[in-house]
Write a protein that binds this ligand. Structure first.
Ligand SMILES: Cc1cc2nc3c(=O)[nH]c(=O)nc-3n(C[C@H](O)[C@H](O)[C@H](O)COP(=O)(O)O)c2cc1C
Length: 235
């Protein structure tokens, strides 16, 4: 397989993409992305991750897309209000930008070229740890998409309509849906992800002990944890 992009560049620039251009993802690219996803590790190599791809225009798929779009809009409307993204709460510039991206995402949800449901085909009773056998595959999927110039975002807004979704798409009870990942060509630019400094994440030897051997690449910019603060200063 040709090398699409340097791995470390992909790791450093795979950020959440919520605004998509309308052009479809060609079969070959989608297949390559899913191949990469399915090379991920899983507990005991049971390979229980599964992907349900919503891209066709048949009535069931369209109904599922509408159901999911409605769930996204409802959940975001509640979060937008509860978390202070609305104008009356003096949102910070970062929060305004994020809210605009999510507004666009939920408004245009049905036009997103591909929506992938990342699932787990359970072989034992539900466990709080079972997602650990799905999310490596989801991150592989996002990295492969990035390498080919596509983008996406992990979301969990499908959960509000899960029973109806299962019925529509014939998803058996034995299958858990762990994430909904839209994919497509980004409207804006990919860019470097921003996180806390490397030293905030790593202890050396015992908890809280600094690791003097850590170093970051030149020019890395940081951010505080969490989404951009909705409110500037005390209310
Ligand atoms: C487990 C998980 C659940 C998430 N759920 C949502 C979601 O429901 N809606 C959404 O817009 N983004 C969701 N995200 C995306 C995160 O907000 C995003 O990955 C994070 O803010 C980092 O974004 P960045 O890589 O662009 O910096 C989720 C991410 C993860 C890992």
């Amino acid at each position: 397989m040709k090398c699409a992009m340097e791995l470390f560049e992909a790791l450093a620039t795979t950020r959440a993409i919520r605004r998509f251009r309308p052009e479809p993802i060609p079969d070959d690219d989608l297949s390559t992305i899913l191949f990469a996803a399915t090379r991920a590790p899983s507990g005991s190599n049971r390979q229980t991750f599964r992907f349900l791809v919503l891209r066709a225009q048949d009535a069931e798929t369209l109904a599922a897309r509408q159901l999911l779009g409605g769930a996204c809009r409802a959940q975001w409307a509640a979060k937008r209000d509860a978390d202070g993204y609305n104008a009356d709460r003096r949102p910070s510039p970062g929060a305004v930008r994020l809210a605009a991206a999510i507004d666009h995402f939920v408004t245009h949800f049905e036009k997103i070229p591909v929506v992938v449901l990342a699932c787990l085909d359970r072989y034992r009773a539900p466990s709080p740890l079972e997602g650990a056998s799905v999310y490596p595959a989801v991150q592989n999927l996002l990295l492969a998409a990035r390498a080919l110039g596509y983008g996406g975002v992990i979301t969990q807004w499908h959960s509000a309509v899960e029973p109806e979704l299962r019925t529509l798409l014939h998803i058996p009870d034995s299958v858990a849906i762990h994430a909904m990942v839209p994919l497509g060509r980004p409207m804006g630019q990919h860019g470097p992800v921003r996180r806390r400094p490397l030293t905030d994440f790593v202890s050396d030897g015992h908890w809280g002990s600094a690791a003097p051997w850590l170093h970051e690449p030149e020019g890395v910019r940081h951010t505080t944890p969490g989404l951009p603060r909705p409110v500037d200063g005390p209310e």
